[in-house]
Design a protein around this ligand. Structure first.
Ligand code: F6R
Length: 615
C-alpha cells in the first residue's frame, strides 16, 4: 500500500518522481505529494486525489532540485486530504519524510513529542516521524557527517510497526536516507544517480540494477554512492541484483487497460513459469528445492497460507496435493492463520503464496510458522521480495510485473506452479505405477496448456455480450462443485472488486441449505462445470435455479445439453487438476467487460490497492 519514489542525481528530480508515482498509482491513489531540496531549502507540494492533480499544480514546474522524495497514498490514519498527504515535515521544516506502513505506537510517541513542544497538523501516524527525527537530531552533540543518520536510527528504534522511509534534510542537501522494516523498498543504481522505489516496475525504464534492503538496514545515498549500514550503524556491503524484467512489461502498450493486457499475457506467463521444469520423459525439476522422500513421508500436514486470490490458488493446490501425494493439506487465510494458534510443528510444511511477496499478513504468518519449527516455502512473482527473504525455500512464477490491482496472470501462473510442485512431491515420493501414468499425462497437459489458454481467450466476444446483459445487476451468484467451486470463489472476487456488483460463490450442493432463498426472477447465476464426475449433479442444481427464474451462464468443457442455459461458454478440455487455469479466463474477462460497461477504472478499483503491506 502506498507508493514511494525517490531520486538523487544530476537531473531535475520532479519529472522523474511524478513519472514514478504514475507507475506506482496501483499501490494507492487517494492523495500524492513531493518534496525536493531547492536552493532555498525544502519544498513540498501535495494534493488530494490522483497523481494527475499533483502534476497539474502550476508551481510543480518551478521545482529545480535534483534530490527529491514522493508518495502516492492509500489512507490508513486520517482521511484522504491535502493535510494528510505525504511528504510530512517536522515543525522546524528541517526534515521531509515519506512513509509506507503503520506506526503502531504513534499515540505514545505523539504524547512524548507534544510534551516536548511539538505541534501536529495532520491526523496521520507519519507526521510523528520527521518530528521524532528532529527531536533526536537536536539531542546530538557531535556535528559530524553521521549526525543525520544517527537521528534517523534513534527515531526508527522508537517506532513499533512497519515502515519504509525516505528522508531528506535541509542541512544535508546532497544526501537522502532510506530504511525499511516489514515494508518494501528498493534502490535502483543508475549512472551518477540513484532511484528509490517501493516497487521495481516503477524504475525499470531507468535501471535494471537494484539493491534489495533487509529490515533495519540504513542507506545514505548521494548521487554517485550508496552507503549501507546495519542497525548498529556499522558499514555493510550490498550486492547488486540484476532484474531481467523489461521496461515494456510494465507498460500498457496497445491495450486499453493493464488488466486486459495481463489477461492476454497469460499464455506467455504460463509458458515462462513452466520453463524447463517439466519435460515429458523426465522428472519434474525444481533446482531451488531439495526435499527428500523421507522428509515428505514424515510430514503430518502441508499448509497453504495466503490472502485473496492467492489463497484461492491454495484451494486448487490442496486438491492436487491430497489427490496426487496423499498428504493431508489445509488452506488458510493468512490474517486468520496467524491469530488462531495453528497446529504446526517441525513435521509441517507451510507454503506461502503471494504475487507481490510483500503482503503483511502472509509475511507475519510465515514468521510465525518458522517460530513453530515448520519448514517454509514461498511462491511469489517478485525476486528478492520480503517473503522470499524470510522463507527457507522460494520458487518463482515468471509472470512479469502485474500492475492491475485485480490479479489475473499471477493467479493462473501460481496454479501452474503449484501443479508442478504437486507433481515434484509425488515423483519424489515414488508412488505407484498407476500414479506415474497419471503424473505423466498431467505433465503433457501442462505442456500444451499455453495453447489452450490462447484458445480460451477467443471466448472474449461472447463474454463481452454477456457483460452487456448483466452490468446493471445488483447481485450475481457463482456455483460449482469440487475444483470448480474454487474457481467460483475466484470469479466472484474478481467480479465484485472491479465491477462493485455484489457477488457470492457457493458449492452448488449447498444451495438448498439457504442461499436458494436469494434466487428470484432474472437473477444471474454463473456456474463452472469441468469435472465429469460432478457435472450431472451441478446441472441438476442449475435446473433448480432456472425453475426459479434465474438467467444462467455456464463455463464448461463437458458434454451437456446446452438448450436450457442462457449462454454456454466452451473451453478446451484438460485434466481436472489444472482446469481452474482455463475456466477462470472467461470469468476474468466477464469481470473486465462488466467493469468497462459501467465506465469504471478497471485497473484502480475504489478502496483497493495492489500489495497490501499493512495488516
Ligand atoms: C484480487 C487480488 C488480491 C490479492 C491479495 C494477495 O484480485 O489481487 O486478493 O491476491 O491481496 O496479494 P499477494 O498475492 O500480493 O500476496
Amino acid at each position: 500500500m502506498c507508493g514511494i519514489v525517490g531520486y538523487i542525481g544530476n537531473k531535475k528530480a520532479s519529472p522523474i518522481l511524478i513519472n514514478g508515482l504514475l507507475k506506482l498509482e496501483y499501490r494507492g491513489y487517494d492523495s500524492a505529494g513531493i518534496s525536493t531540496i531547492e536552493k532555498t531549502g525544502l519544498s513540498t507540494m501535495k494534493d488530494k486525489g490522483r497523481v494527475k492533480n499533483l502534476y497539474n499544480l502550476p508551481e510543480i514546474d518551478n521545482l529545480e532540485g535534483t534530490i527529491g522524495i514522493a508518495h502516492t497514498r492509500w489512507a490508513t490514519h486520517g482521511k484522504p486530504s491535502k493535510e494528510n498527504a505525504h511528504p510530512h515535515m517536522d515543525n522546524t521544516k528541517t526534515f521531509s519524510v515519506v512513509h509506507n506502513g503503520i506506526v503502531e505506537n504513534f499515540n505514545e510517541l505523539k504524547k512524548l513529542l507534544c510534551d516536548n513542544g511539538y505541534t501536529f497538523y495532520s491526523q496521520t501516524d507519519t507526521e510523528i516521524i520527521p518530528n521524532l527525527i528532529d527531536y533526536y537530531y537536536k539531542k546530538e552533540t557531535d556535528n559530524d557527517d553521521l549526525k543525520f543518520l544517527r537521528a534517523v536510527k534513534n527515531a526508527c528504534n522508537s517506532l513499533k510497526g512497519s515502515f519504509a522511509l525516505e528522508i531528506i534534510c535541509k542541512d544535508y542537501p546532497d544526501n537522502m536516507i532510506v530504511v525499511r522494516k516489514d515494508s518494501p523498498l528498493v534502490i535502483g543504481k543508475g549512472n551518477g544517480e540513484n532511484y528509490i522505489s517501493s516497487d521495481i516496475p516503477a524504475m525499470l525504464s531507468y535501471t535494471k540494477e537494484f539493491y534489495l534492503l533487509n529490515d533495519l538496514e540504513y542507506v545514505v545515498l548521494s548521487k554517485d554512492d550508496a552507503k549501507f549500514y546495519n542497525n548498529n550503524l556499522e558499514p555493510i556491503n550490498k550486492e547488486i541484483k540484476l532484474i531481467d524484467w523489461n521496461a515494456s512489461s510494465a507498460e500498457k502498450g496497445e491495450f486499453e487497460d493493464y488488466m486486459l493486457k495481463e489477461i492476454y499475457e497469460q499464455p506467455k506467463a504460463i509458458r515462462e513459469t513452466i520453463g524447463s521444469r517439466i519435460n515429458k520423459n523426465s522428472k519434474c525439476e525444481f533446482e531451488e528445492l531439495n526435499f527428500t522422500k523421507d522428509y515428505l513421508q514424515g510430514l503430518n500436514k502441508i499448509y497453504f497460507v495466503a490472502c485473496g486470490t492467492a489463497m484461492h490458488v491454495g484451494l486448487a493446490g490442496k486438491d492436487m496435493i491430497e489427490k496426487l501425494c496423499k498428504i493431508p493439506t489445509e488452506v488458510d487465510i493468512a490474517s486468520e492463520f496467524r491469530y488462531r494458534d495453528p497446529l504446526i510443528d517441525e513435521k509441517t510444511l507451510c507454503i506461502f503464496i503471494s504475487q507481490s511477496g510483500e503482503t503483511a499478513d502472509t509475511l507475519a504468518a510465515l514468521k510465525l510458522s518458522k517460530e513453530c519449527g515448520a519448514k517454509t516455502l514461498a511462491i511469489t512473482n517478485v525476486i528478492g521480495s520480503s517473503i522470499t527473504r524470510e522463507a527457507d525455500y522460494s520458487i518463482y512464477t515468471h509472470a512479469g510485473p502485474e500492475i492491475a490491482v485485480a490479479s489475473t496472470k499471477a493467479y493462473t501462473s501460481q496454479v501452474v506452479l503449484v501443479a508442478m510442485l504437486a507433481i515434484y512431491f509425488a515423483e519424489t515420493l515414488e508412488l505407484s505405477a498407476e500414479k506415474t501414468t497419471l503424473l505423466n499425462s498431467l505433465k503433457e497437459e501442462l505442456l500444451v496448456l499455453p495453447k489452450k489458454v490462447q484458445k480460451t481467450l477467443e471466448t472474449s466476444t461472447e463474454i463481452k455480450n454477456f457483460a452487456k446483459r448483466i452490468y446493471k445487476e445488483k447481485d450475481i451468484f457463482f456455483l460449482g462443485r469440487g475444483i470448480d467451486e474454487t474457481v467460483a470463489k475466484e470469479a466472484s472476487l474478481k467480479l465484485k472488486e472491479i465491477s462493485y456488483i455484489h457477488s457470492d460463490s457457493y458449492p452448488a450442493g449447498e444451495l438448498k441449505h439457504g442461499p436458494i432463498a436469494l434466487i428470484e426472477n432474472d437473477v444471474t447465476v454463473i456456474s463452472i462445470m469441468t469435472d465429469h464426475k460432478l457435472v450431472k449433479k451441478t446441472v441438476s442444481n442449475i435446473q433448480e435455479v432456472i425453475s426459479r427464474g434465474a438467467k444462467t451462464l455456464i463455463v464448461t468443457n463437458q458434454q451437456i445439453d446446452t438448450d436450457m442455459f442462457d449462454m454456454v461458454i466452451r473451453i478446451p478440455e484438460t485434466s481436472t487438476f489444472i482446469s481452474p487455469i482455463l475456466s477462470i479466463i472467461p470469468l476474468q474477462l466477464l469481470a473486465y467487460f462488466t467493469s468497462k460497461e459501467k465506465g469504471l477504472d478497471v485497473d484502480k478499483p475504489r478502496n483497493l490497492a495492489k500489495s497490501v503491506t499493512v495488516e
